[in-house]
Design a protein around this ligand. Structure first.
Ligand SMILES: NC(=O)C1=CN([C@@H]2O[C@H](COP(=O)(O)OP(=O)(O)OC[C@H]3O[C@@H](n4cnc5c(N)ncnc54)[C@H](O)[C@@H]3O)[C@@H](O)[C@H]2O)C=CC1
Ligand SMILES: O=C(O)C1=N[C@H](C(=O)O)C[C@H](O)C1
Length: 270
């Protein structure tokens, strides 16, 4: 049997990091080859398995990306924007696949990451699940079929720890809706309502964010007209849907031509 693909997970103590480590424990094609955390984190220097409360794994958590990435085939990154921009340069220097799930990035962050796409495979998506990526395509189709008599609202709900809004998924859905209408999201997005806002602008795409408890991730795209509403909905109840997508992307990227890809490319939905 061929060797398993060596994958470094960064942010291993985080919600997504832990989920990825769990999936990699008995994956048939991939193995955990390195575990990264931010400098100063109390897991740095400890055995990952022990830090997770189980048996020793033989993998030591490190804050040294240069060392961890040596010999790896892919880096899976669900961390924070500044960290991800830095990791993109390091992954590209080595020509290894960089799978990016981090959200909350600015246009400048995305441009900085994209500047490495001539020498490395980058797969970036605000949501790595199959279900959401299908919903993106459905949203585009429905938006293309309806005119601006149907007001589009994207409503998302997440756990109390989430730091960015709208979610990366909500922005993907908003972009798909805008594209279906032949518009640019930046021209039509309405991202915050408070006070005397005035009546809704025809053609706007509105965003609302709920934060509370342990909600994994829920997204509705509502098309509201006089007399009827269509609601497209995705509910994630387990983070493994994102982790499975990220692992699929890391394997899909092996041997692929350099470029800045999305999960639509990985899933054959583009
Ligand atoms: N695209 C997708 O499918 C999904 C994206 N996300 C996004 O992934 C990101 C992380 O989400 P969670 O795991 O819930 O957050 P979290 O806060 O539980 O974990 C983030 C981890 O990254 C670590 N980290 C931060 N800076 C670092 C650095 N320089 N080097 C190494 N590690 C570093 C933190 O210490 C923490 O352990 C968020 O932006 C979230 O929106 C989350 C779920 C799915
Ligand atoms: O922070 C999260 O948890 C999630 N983030 C992603 C987003 O911003 O859309 C994906 C998922 O909804 C969970």
């Amino acid at each position: 049997m061929a060797d398993k693909v060596g994958i470094v997970v960064t942010g291993v103590s985080g919600r997504m990091g832990r989920t990825l480590v769990g999936l990699l424990a008995d994956h048939p094609q991939a193995r955990l080859s390195g575990a990264l955390e931010r400098p100063g984190h109390d897991w740095v220097g400890r055995d990952l398995g022990t830090a997770l409360g189980g048996a020793a794994s033989g993998v030591t958590v490190t804050d040294d990306p240069q060392g961890a990435l040596d010999g790896a085939a892919a880096l899976i990154d669900f961390t924070a924007p500044a960290a991800t921009v830095g990791f993109a340069a390091m992954a590209a220097e080595r020509g290894i696949v960089h799978v990016i799930g981090t959200t909350g990035m600015t246009d400048a962050d995305i441009a900085a990451i994209g500047s490495h796409a001539d020498r490395a495979v980058i797969v970036r998506a605000g949501n790595m699940s199959l279900g959401v990526n299908l919903l993106v395509q459905l949203t585009r189709q429905v938006a293309a079929a309806l005119d601006a008599d149907y007001d589009i609202e994207v409503i998302e709900a997440h756990h109390r720890h989430k730091v960015d809004a709208p979610s990366g998924t909500a922005l993907m859905l908003g972009e798909a809706a805008a594209a279906g209408r032949g518009a640019a999201l930046a021209d039509v997005a309405d991202r915050g309502r408070d006070g005397i806002t005035g009546a809704r602008t025809r053609g706007a795409i509105g965003f609302s964010a709920i934060r509370g408890g342990d909600i994994v991730g829920e997204h509705d795209v509502m098309f509201a007209a006089d007399g009827e509403r269509i609601v497209l909905r995705h509910v994630a109840s387990d983070r493994s849907v994102f982790a499975r997508g990220a692992l699929k992307a890391a394997l899909w990227g092996q041997g692929r031509a350099p470029g800045h890809y999305s999960m639509l490319d990985v899933l054959g939905l583009s």
